[in-house]
Design a protein around this ligand. Structure first.
Ligand code: NAP
Length: 276
């Protein structure tokens, strides 16, 4: 069965819109983009579109690639102090020469709607959080919507980045799953993925997960986004073959991606509620 992220994301956005209308809040999201990376431009445009759809005021701050870290940090400081801005998002990756980690840590944790700041990351570990990073939070939301309970299951997460793999593993642990994290140095990846009741792949490599690596009836979540030659995107999972074996599977596009976008809107609303 296909896990319909696109359909569920639409419901999340409708819910955010309804809450904004009923509370009378006007959440404000500052979207900061540095340089002219075409993929970043697409992501920023999508975020602005989502904001418009659910009643969040978005403001774009586009800096040229050579603006310099000082200018970017000064902008973040200004946004941290603005009462009408509740969420600050710096589109990553930043161009070469910018200390990405330093920039992330400059964002006020209360406005860190990506949940990348160290304070918010620490809160994910203790379970006492205001925001969760949008991609793993979107995955949990999808599982919940289809009554897939990670409790007692063996969840295997492939990829251990700070923004997807690690928080994903932690969130599954909070749901009482037994979690295995695999990465580039994992010896015999298939021996781990074959044990997964729930398999989450977040790597960025086409066909990394083939049907022989998946247990019959497993739930397969494909976070990967890979650009295909000639246009379009695909995930990390050999979708056609794996969907024959999986009980549930996310498509790419239409799975985790739309959920990530929707959860950013919800985080921005939550930030506005907390700051008001
Ligand atoms: P990342 O920072 O590049 O992390 C990729 C991870 O995969 C790393 O932990 C890496 O390990 C591991 N890895 C690389 N090759 C591997 C292999 N052959 N076997 C096992 N593990 C391997 O990327 P990310 O930001 O986490 O994103 C991962 C993918 O998800 C990308 O395709 C990205 O575009 C996509 N993504 C999608 C969404 C969405 O909304 N759907 C959101 C965010 C990201 P090492 O670090 O040890 O090399």
């Amino acid at each position: 069965m296909v896990l319909d992220g696109k359909g569920l994301a639409k419901k999340v956005l409708e819910n955010v819109k309804a809450q904004i209308e009923s509370t009378g809040l006007t959440p404000g999201l500052a979207v900061v983009i540095v340089g002219d990376n075409p993929a970043s431009r697409v992501y920023v445009n999508n975020k602005k579109k989502d904001c418009a759809e659910c009643g969040i005021k978005s403001e774009e701050f586009a800096l040229p690639e050579n603006a310099g870290e000082g200018k970017l940090l000064a902008l973040i400081d200004e946004l941290n102090n603005r009462k009408d801005i509740h969420g600050i998002l710096v589109q990553l990756p930043l161009p070469v020469g910018y200390a990405q980690e330093k920039v992330i840590q400059a964002i006020s944790p209360a406005k860190d709607v990506d949940a990348f700041h160290m304070l918010n990351v620490g809160r994910i570990f203790t379970g006492n959080y205001s925001f969760l990073p949008c991609t793993p939070a979107g995955v949990i939301e999808l599982l919940d919507a289809y009554d897939i309970d990670p409790k007692g299951k063996h969840c295997v997460v492939v990829g251990h980045s700070n923004i997807v793999g690690k928080p994903m593993a932690m969130m599954l642990l909070h749901r009482h799953a037994t979690v295995t994290i695999c990465h580039i140095h994992t010896v015999d990846l298939a021996s781990f993925t074959r044990q997964a009741d729930i398999l989450v792949c977040a790597v960025g490599k086409v066909n990394l997960i083939t049907a022989d690596m998946v247990k019959q009836g497993a739930v397969v979540i494909d976070v990967g986004i890979n650009r295909k030659e000639g246009g379009g995107i695909c995930g990390d999972v050999d979708y056609e073959a794996v969907s024959e074996k999986a009980s549930y599977i996310t498509p790419v596009p239409g799975g985790v991606g739309p959920m990530t976008r929707a959860l950013l809107m919800r985080n921005t609303l939550e930030a506005a509620k907390n700051l008001n």
